[in-house]
Design a protein around this ligand. Structure first.
Ligand SMILES: [Zn+2]
Length: 328
């Protein structure tokens, strides 16, 4: 889980209006940016990052006339995640309004010549996992250079290579679920397991009944045949002891009637009990477990947090890079 530093951690100015929240059904993924200052002077300490973010916010609001700093979240080389506009709010960073509606915008605080640290990569994976919780269709992770129609070097060769290697792609453990989603999955698995157990029980009962029936029939046949054979053997033994001059005008007694053939369609005398009905599982997610920050079930953002969109949003078609080098 990623811990996000609040806007107050970098002493952010309040946004001046803004484009509002992204629409869940439109979002395809997250775009990775860097500041693109052209400077090789690193921005590593917490104070240095806060100062740089303030400088870029001033530049975007005062020089570009935008509502706020352009990006949603910043991640620095120490692995800190900074709340800028926030993951749900539309960015102004991707190059035009369409791209801003289709992609989020994550800023890596990375300067020219620098490789992203393991901490930066891990936090970025966590941020992207959170982004996917808000925007389940937004699974793409793309360098700014791959989406901006009129070209940019952003986010630089090192981050571009890291994206291509999958260094920012959440692992299965990082792409974890909310407690409500986890409960829903547990209920689903439990309900499926119970249904399967019941099915197996019924299936076995059917198969076993057929076996028992056939076995019972075999026993009856065996008993009938051995009874008849025993009687014949006994009669033969009696006749064998008879004297040679024993009158033979009398036919030997016929073997006893073996009785009627058993009816194969008759119910076997061993019946299995009916399987018990298993309890059904309520698969409705427990509302009390729902994460307050999770997206609404219908994919819409809460109305209360939606910023009104001011007329003439100036961010469309503009690119925030390069940013001025931060004043330390
Ligand atoms: Zn960019």
């Amino acid at each position: 889980m990623v811990t996000y530093l609040p806007r107050s951690a970098w002493n952010a100015r309040p946004p001046n209006g803004g484009p509002g929240n992204l629409t869940v059904s439109r979002v395809q993924g997250a775009v990775i940016h860097w500041p693109g200052t052209g400077s090789t002077s690193v921005i590593h300490s917490k104070a240095a990052v806060a100062s740089a973010l303030r400088g870029w916010q001033n530049f975007h609001m005062d020089d570009r006339g935008w509502s706020d700093i352009a990006y949603q979240i910043a991640v620095d080389q120490a692995g800190r995640a900074w709340t800028l506009r926030g993951l749900r709010t539309q960015s102004g960073a991707n190059g035009n309004n369409d791209l801003n509606e289709r992609y989020g915008a994550i800023l890596l605080v990375l300067v020219t010549g620098e490789q992203p640290t393991a901490a930066m990569k891990a936090t970025t994976r966590g941020v992207i996992a959170d982004f996917r919780r808000f925007f389940p269709r937004g699974t793409a992770i793309r360098p700014h250079s791959a989406v901006r129609p009129d070209g940019t070097d952003c986010p630089g060769p090192a981050a571009r290579a890291a994206i291509a290697r999958g260094d920012f792609t959440p692992t299965s453990s990082e792409d974890d679920m909310t407690p409500a989603q986890m409960q829903e999955l547990k209920n689903f698995i439990e309900a499926r397991s119970q249904a399967y157990a019941l099915w197996v029980h019924r299936q076995l009962r059917t198969d076993l009944s057929a076996v028992v029936k056939a076995y019972a029939l075999d026993i009856k046949n065996y008993e009938r045949q051995t009874d008849a054979a025993d009687a014949q053997r006994a009669a033969a033994a009696v006749w064998a002891t008879a004297p040679d001059n024993f009158p033979t005008n009398t036919e030997p007694k016929p073997a006893p009637d073996p009785g009627p053939e058993p009816d194969p369609s008759a119910e076997p005398y061993l019946l299995l009990p009916e399987p018990e009905e298993l309890p059904t599982v309520d698969t409705t997610p427990d509302a009390s477990l729902a994460d307050g920050s999770a997206p609404a079930a219908d994919g819409s953002a809460p109305a209360a947090s939606a910023d009104p969109e001011p007329a003439g949003q100036p961010e469309s078609g503009s690119d925030p890079e390069p940013n001025p080098s931060p004043q330390q």
